[in-house]
Design a protein around this ligand. Structure first.
Ligand code: SAH
Ligand code: SF4
Ligand code: F3S
Length: 453
């Protein structure tokens, strides 16, 4: 179905990189129907909220945003135009019926596994089949990715590419296994084709995405199972692709071949490896299925291959039953690992997860205090990591021009860098001598006409 008049599509995205990726794919699926993405809801023909369910108040946030956006639908109606309002993503998956019931003006509610069928859903929502409401939270048996278009328009020199989706780990605090379903890996050739297409559009850096990306076990054309390391080394052979990253990994799926792959210069010296807690008791209650020593062992093995590797992580404070000592164990783990960056959160009770019914809830003020202490320590480590790169010549991939004559980029260690330079250099990799840091990001000077470090 192709329509000549363009329609305005506004997508608002919350949550993880996978959601960002999915939003792009939804725009791709809708493009042949005449939908063109716009930056705001004014005059939109379709509004999609791509939602995240990971922490508290997720559903409230969706309702308040719907309430705010409803006026654009009403305005459209007054002008004789239908604005399709849609809720997608993990809240739609988890609370689809509730949203449909409480917000009768919402035309479509659909979960992450259904995006390939958007054309049919939109046809239904516009009344093509007589009824005009779509509620679709099926877990499709078929490959979601097979129904999504492979070509994606690159939006810059770095591209995220989903290779694995879903999770079978069932950490007791987490909704992802319920909203994203079972672990699934894409076929190797389909991924490599997409990498080549992105390369042809000027992409220099690929980030392989998955909820448990190192659980990747894709099948190749010969029927062989390939690991994430195999996939990254294949991508590294593609001319023009200079940098490869991956996120997010789980300690339980960490195989030696992935660690060894970090010897390759195209595989960036950066690892995001969430641990959540440094207490064995809490790790057990979280069902993480590993102890702190296993985490230390993995980090040590990475550092053997890449002594300079930057380590990032995720933490939860105030999990039910977390004592002062358990929290001190987390602080101790952080001190031993020495992170370059990290995300940390207060435990948030999620309905339907095993932890939601556990006793030993931690008081909010205690959670606040623990989070503050942890974040202060992590901020110190980030500053120290950044300071340690002052004076170094690092290769930087420029991915933006915040202002004329200003460039933004990333070092191999995933540090943000600001330099003064011609915006022509956007999309290129150049050597930058690091001159300073504000603790969070770096400043530096371009060193042109020299080989990258
Ligand atoms: N698959 C990744 C994480 C996905 S969710 C992993 O296994 O590590 C991203 C992060 O959100 C988690 O690492 C965790 O730190 C945080 N998170 C998930 N559920 C949470 C909850 N109920 N409360 C607080 N933080 C949570
Ligand atoms: Fe959630 Fe745990 Fe799966 Fe990560 S590994 S997505 S935290 S259940
Ligand atoms: Fe959120 Fe769903 Fe991602 S719950 S973190 S958008 S997988």
């Amino acid at each position: 179905m192709t329509m000549s008049n363009t329609k305005k599509l506004f997508i608002k995205t919350w949550g993880c990189q996978m959601n960002v990726y999915d939003s792009r794919k939804m725009a791709d699926v809708l493009a042949p129907m005449g939908y063109k993405q716009v930056d705001g809801p004014e005059g939109a023909d379709m509004i999609i909220l791509n939602t995240c369910h990971i922490r508290e108040k997720a559903t409230d946030k969706v309702f308040s945003e719907l309430g705010r956006l409803k006026k654009f639908k009403d305005e459209g109606q007054a002008e004789g135009r239908k604005t399709i309002m849609a809720v997608a993503g993990c809240v739609a998956q988890a609370e689809g019926d509730f949203i449909a019931e409480r917000a009768p003006y919402v035309d479509m509610v659909f979960g992450p596994q259904t995006y390939g069928t958007l054309p049919e859903m939109v046809a239904q929502a516009t009344g093509a089949y007589g009824k005009d409401r779509v509620i679709n939270t099926e877990f499709d048996e078929e490959d979601k990715f097979d129904k999504l278009p492979e070509e994606t328009l690159a939006t810059g020199p770095t591209a995220f590419l989903a290779v694995q989706e879903g999770c079978d780990k069932f950490c007791t605090f987490c909704v992802v296994p319920y909203t994203r379903g079972a672990e699934y890996s894409r076929r190797v050739e389909a991924i490599i084709d997409e990498v080549k297409q992105l390369r042809d559009q000027g992409v220099r850096e690929i980030s392989f995405l998955g909820q448990n990306v190192n659980a990747f076990h894709g099948i190749n054309a010969k029927g062989e199972t390939q690991s994430l390391a195999d996939l990254m080394l294949l991508a590294a052979e593609i001319d023009g692709i200079e940098r490869i990253r991956y996120t997010t990994s789980h300690p339980r799926d960490m195989e030696q071949d992935l660690i060894d792959a970090h010897a390759h210069t195209k595989i960036m010296p950066y690892l995001h490896l969430p641990v959540q807690s440094g207490s064995n008791k809490i790790l057990k209650a979280m069902n993480r299925k590993h102890e702190r020593d296993m985490y230390f062992d993995i980090i040590e093995r990475f550092r053997k291959v890449r002594p300079d590797i930057a380590i990032s992580g995720d933490f939860i404070v105030g999990f039910p039953g977390e004592t002062d000592q358990d929290f001190e164990d987390t602080m101790d783990l952080v001190r031993q690992v020495n992170y370059s960056s990290a995300y940390s959160f207060k435990y948030s009770q999620r309905p339907g997860t095993p932890a939601a019914t556990m006793g030993g809830l931690i008081r909010e003020d205690i959670k606040d205090e623990r989070l503050q202490r942890l974040q202060a320590l992590l901020a110190d480590q980030m500053r120290a990591f950044n300071e340690q790169t002052i004076g170094m010549d690092l290769s930087v991939l420029f991915d933006g021009t915040p202002r004329e004559g200003q460039l933004h980029g990333r070092t191999p260690y995933n540090q943000a860098v600001h330099v003064t330079g011609n915006s022509r250099l956007n999309g290129q990799i150049e050597t930058v001598r690091i001159t300073g840091t504000n603790g969070k990001s770096l400043t530096g000077d371009l060193i042109l006409y020299e080989a990258a470090a």
